[in-house]
Structure formats: structure tokens, C-alpha cells
Design a protein around this ligand. Structure first.
Ligand SMILES: *Cc1c(COP(=O)(O)O)cnc(C)c1O
Length: 363
């Protein structure tokens, strides 16, 4: 298949990757860096792979402006594994943590902490309005070890525009679906985690950024593979890491820095994409965004049509027109356009043009 037969991909995850990254993978696939082998065939203990993982870590540190207190780890088990690893590593007996519940993924994070018998407090929730907004003026416990938030709610289409003031308690954030989409002050955060299949690569690994003070809490009496220090002490190679995934992440980060021009530029493009799509929806009586305006996500745009039949027809016709992945999450229905970093302004423009046509024919 040639690249001009590729569709506009609005999948929520695994999701679109930048075309130049895919082309590099294709070009290098049979003979990686002069090794005479594919990246999927070389040893993770080789100089070739060392260069890949070290460059990936270096780029993460540079892009997010991380100082030496922060460690960048790659851990398998996805973001879902972090729901259990975070309380397991950070909360000892007598410790407490605060959680904000903003949707499906926060709910799961809360459940995993509670099922281990950890003491946590849900300090705010937007469940009363079907998770359509981000709670404001939250009272955090100054004695909590950490305060957990989900920075972008992939399924409900909401996103924290500004991060909350916790009064110095370190934030722990699930950034699976908006990492590297905008600049932010990392110093408020003690731990950031992101499953890589939304905004930074293929599935197979979760990136964890952890600060020294939280790393120091890791107990010694939990299983080796569930301990953060196991990964920080081995450059994420205590056992075999998913080499291909990490290699692709390295290429995506290189694309972000060298082709896009960094996080500031990326945020500008993402804002432009969001304004185009939300701007169109706001003047249409046909499409209705499900998130409250000040809580809207620039990554996952969730919306409804006048009826479920029309939604089905919309998704089917869009697919037939080369616009894929617009069906809402199976748990909420409706429609969703995921417009992560690799999804271009051109793709969003094509979507808006299709939406206009569809509205004309069906309203
Ligand atoms: C997709 C997603 C997850 C789950 O990620 P897995 O890697 O499949 O475990 C968790 N949190 C958020 C915000 C997500 O978007």
C-alpha cells in the first residue's frame, strides 16, 4: 500500500503515528544502523539498543525540561499496571493519598489503590454530571503523600486546562493521552505516567517519570518487577524491554523536536486543530460536544448527533470516505475524534469538511 492510500486516522489508541516515523521504520527495518539485523532481532544488551534507549530518555528529559531529580523509566503492563504500582510503591502503613475522579481511568486507579487496602481519599469527582467537567477549588490534604489526577480523560473528552494547586503535595498524573501535547511546569509533579500507545508510539510500554523523593519510598519487600527502583537501577533493562516500541518512541520524540520544533510549537498546532473542530461544532446545531466548554480536551473531541441512528450512519460514511476511528468508546457511545500530536491540521480540516457535508444532507 502506498502512503497516499492511507486514511485519516482518528483512533483513540493505539493511534496514528507520524508518517515520516513510519517511513523511517520501513527504511531501516531490514538493516538497523548497519547491524545487518532488524531492531526486532538485536540484543537489548547491544550498543545499538543502548544508543536507542539512551537517546529516547535524553529527549524526554530535554523536551520536558527535567532536572536530575527525575528518572525516566519504561515499564511493561501499560498505564493500567501503574494504577496498582503507584500505591504499592508510594503508600506505606499510615500514609494517605488524595485522588480526583474525572472518569473511567481515574475510577480504575482509585479501585486499584483501594483493593490493596491503602488509605486514599477521593477529594473531588465529576461523576454527578457524567464526568463532563473538571472539578474546581479542591481541598487537598496537606499531609497526603501524593495527589492523583488524570490530566486528560480519553473517554469523556475532558482535560485539565491548568493543574490544581495542591499546597506542595506532589502531583501524580496519568498523562497517557496528552503527554507531550503542551508545555507544563514539571516541578509540581512527583510522578507522571503515560501508556505510550496514544501520543508517543505503539503499545507495549508505559513511560514513568519519577522524582527522587518518591523513588526513595519504594519498599524492598514487594515483588522485584513491581518495584520502581528495579527499573531506575537498570536503565529499564532489568529484563528484556519491548525494544521495537522504545525505538519507535525515540523516532516520535525526534520528530517532535526536529520536524515540529518542540513542545511550544506542538501546543500551537494542537490549539489550532481544537479551535477548528470545536469552533465548527459550536456554530452547528447538529453536532453537540459532550464536555463543558472550559473542560474540553484538545486530544479527544467527544460529540453526539441528533440520534443514535445518525451516529451509526455518520461513522459508517466517514469510514467509507477515508476518515477512520470516529466511533465513541464502547462504554459511552456517541462519536469521538482523537486528534493527538501526529494527527495533522489537514486531517482535522478534512474531518470538518466531511461533517459539514453530512450535516447538510441529514438535517
Ligand atoms: C488508555 C488509557 C489508559 C489505559 O492504558 P493501558 O496502557 O491500556 O493500560 C489509562 N489511562 C488513560 C488516561 C488512558 O487514556
Amino acid at each position: 500500500m502506498s502512503s497516499n492510500q492511507r486514511i485519516y486516522n482518528f483512533n483513540a489508541g493505539p493511534a496514528a503515528l507520524p508518517l515520516p516515523v513510519l517511513e523511517t521504520i520501513q527504511k531501516e527495518f531490514l538493516n538497523f544502523a548497519g547491524s545487518g539485523m532488524s531492531i526486532t532481532e538485536i540484543s537489548h544488551r547491544s550498543k545499538w539498543f543502548d544508543d536507542v534507549i539512551n537517546d529516547a530518555v535524553l529527549r524526554v528529559k530535554r523536551i520536558l525540561k527535567l532536572d536530575d531529580r527525575y528518572h525516566v523509566l519504561f515499564i511493561q503492563g501499560g498505564a493500567s499496571m501503574q494504577f496498582c504500582m503507584i500505591p504499592m510503591n508510594l503508600l506505606g502503613s499510615g500514609d494517605t493519598a488524595d485522588y480526583v475522579n474525572t472518569g473511567t481511568w481515574s475510577t480504575k486507579a482509585i479501585k486499584e489503590a483501594q483493593s490493596q487496602g491503602k488509605t486514599i481519599t477521593v477529594v473531588a469527582s465529576s461523576e454527578d454530571k457524567n464526568f463532563s467537567y473538571i472539578p474546581k477549588s479542591i481541598n487537598f490534604d496537606p499531609k497526603a503523600v501524593y495527589a492523583h489526577i488524570t490530566s486528560n480523560n480519553t473517554i469523556k473528552g475532558t482535560q485539565w486546562a491548568d493543574f490544581p494547586d495542591t499546597g506542595g503535595v506532589p502531583l501524580v498524573a496519568d498523562m497517557s493521552s496528552d503527554i507531550f501535547s503542551r508545555p507544563f511546569d514539571v516541578n509540581k509533579f512527583g510522578l507522571i505516567y503515560a501508556g505510550t500507545q496514544k501520543n508517543m508510539g505503539p503499545a507495549g510500554v508505559c513511560m514513568v517519570i519519577i522524582r527522587d523523593d518518591l523513588l526513595a519510598r519504594t519498599p524492598k519487600d514487594i515483588p522485584t518487577m513491581l518495584r520502581y527502583t528495579t527499573f531506575s537501577e537498570s536503565n529499564s533493562m532489568y529484563n528484556t524491554p519491548p525494544c521495537f516500541t522504545i525505538y519507535t518512541i525515540q523516532l516520535v520524540l525526534k520528530w517532535l523536536e526536529e520536524t515540529i520544533g518542540g513542545l511550544g510549537k506542538m501546543a500551537e498546532i494542537n490549539r489550532e486543530k481544537g479551535e477548528l473542530l470545536y469552533g465548527f461544532m459550536d456554530q452547528s446545531g447538529f453536532y453537540k460536544g459532550t464536555a463543558e466548554k472550559d473542560s474540553r480536551s484538545l486530544m479527544n473531541v467527544t460529540f453526539r448527533l441528533p440520534s443514535e441512528d445518525l451516529e451509526k450512519k455518520f461513522v459508517a460514511e466517514a469510514t467509507a470516505n477515508g476518515l477512520g476511528g470516529l466511533k465513541g468508546h464502547r462504554s459511552v457511545g456517541g462519536c469521538r475524534a482523537s486528534i493527538y500530536n501526529p494527527t495533522s491540521l489537514e486531517a482535522v480540516t478534512a474531518l470538518v469538511n466531511f461533517m459539514k457535508e453530512f450535516e447538510k444532507k441529514n438535517s
